[in-house]
Ligand binder design. Structure first.
Ligand code: UTP
Length: 275
């Protein structure tokens, strides 16, 4: 079944990024010249999503505004002959249909998704965390939609391998692989932040989901739920280490900045005597 809507929770307070997040949403902090949320919405669009539902809270208006038209800015760019910049700004304003729902109290991710209940209605939908970026040839949500289609439109959770010693940082899945390549499994359970000695696997859930609408009411009791080991490089940009990692790697991957970044790294290695 076609999946048209993606719920993107962005209502969190972003305390790990204070004081920047005192005034700007974490999801608007840029990686190079694009805010984090741009990468996330781009993944949704490349996966065929037509409507993005942001779950927001007070102080998060900038996220909706970013994906809206800004006629003052467009006028200014026209008057100053900045045509390339004008096209860029207009393109973002027309990228996708955006809806926003308020999560009045930050009661966690499950509650955030529930806030989209009325907008989702009786349709399957994707959930994408607003502060996790995954880069790769095939967008993750698209990979999960494909697995869902192959399994009678079942719900599918994106998982990735993590260091077995670090399972305590993640939700970890238990299940049996259903394919020879060992990428897709039928899920039996999900264990929240298990210690390495009791973790059922080292497959963790970094925030990519495709859900049947019923999940909202019963969260995987009697339905098949699959986990799929997705392809792509994932960056947890909600913490400073992940953010630095993403910034450096994206600059190295991007043709426009790669050479500059290489030269900066070489220079810093000499200057700070890094071997
Ligand atoms: P995080 O766990 O990163 O929480 O949420 P946070 O509040 O944004 O950041 P810290 O931990 O205080 O630094 C993961 C995603 O889920 C959203 C966040 O906005 C983030 O994109 N979220 C979290 C909600 O929308 N509502 C919530 O109640 C909690």
């Amino acid at each position: 079944m076609k999946i048209r809507k993606a719920v993107i929770p962005v209502a969190g307070k972003g305390t790990r990024f204070l004081p920047a997040t005192k005034q700007i949403p974490k999801e608007m902090i840029p990686i190079i010249n694009l805010p984090m949320i741009h990468y996330v919405v781009e993944e949704a669009i490349l996966s065929g999503i037509e409507q993005v539902v942001f779950i927001t809270s007070s102080g998060k208006q900038a996220i909706e505004d970013y994906f809206d038209r800004n006629f003052d800015l467009e006028d200014f760019l026209v008057k100053n002959g900045k045509i390339k910049e004008l096209e860029l700004v207009r393109k973002i304003g027309n990228m996708v249909e955006v809806t926003a729902v308020r999560q009045k109290e930050q009661l966690g991710l499950g509650h955030a998704v529930l806030c989209a209940k009325d907008i989702i209605g009786n349709e399957p939908f994707a959930v994408i965390l607003g502060d996790e970026i995954v880069l790769g040839k095939n967008p993750v949500i698209k990979q999960l939609i494909d697995v869902s289609t192959q399994n009678k439109d079942a719900s599918v959770i994106g998982v990735m391998e993590v260091d077995p010693q670090e399972t305590y940082k993640y939700g970890v899945v238990k299940g049996q692989f259903t394919d020879a390549t060992k990428r897709t499994m039928k899920m039996e359970a999900m264990v929240e932040k298990p210690k390495p000695e009791v973790a059922p696997s080292n497959l963790a859930t970094p925030g990519r989901y495709v859900f049947k609408p019923e999940i909202i009411n019963m969260l995987a009791k009697e339905q098949d739920v699959f986990a799929h080991v997705f392809e792509g490089n994932r960056y947890d940009t909600g913490n400073i280490e992940g953010y630095l990692n993403a910034t450096l790697e994206i600059a190295l991957l991007n043709d426009a900045t790669s050479e500059t970044m290489r030269n900066i790294i070489k220079d810093k290695m000499t200057k700070f005597n890094i071997k």
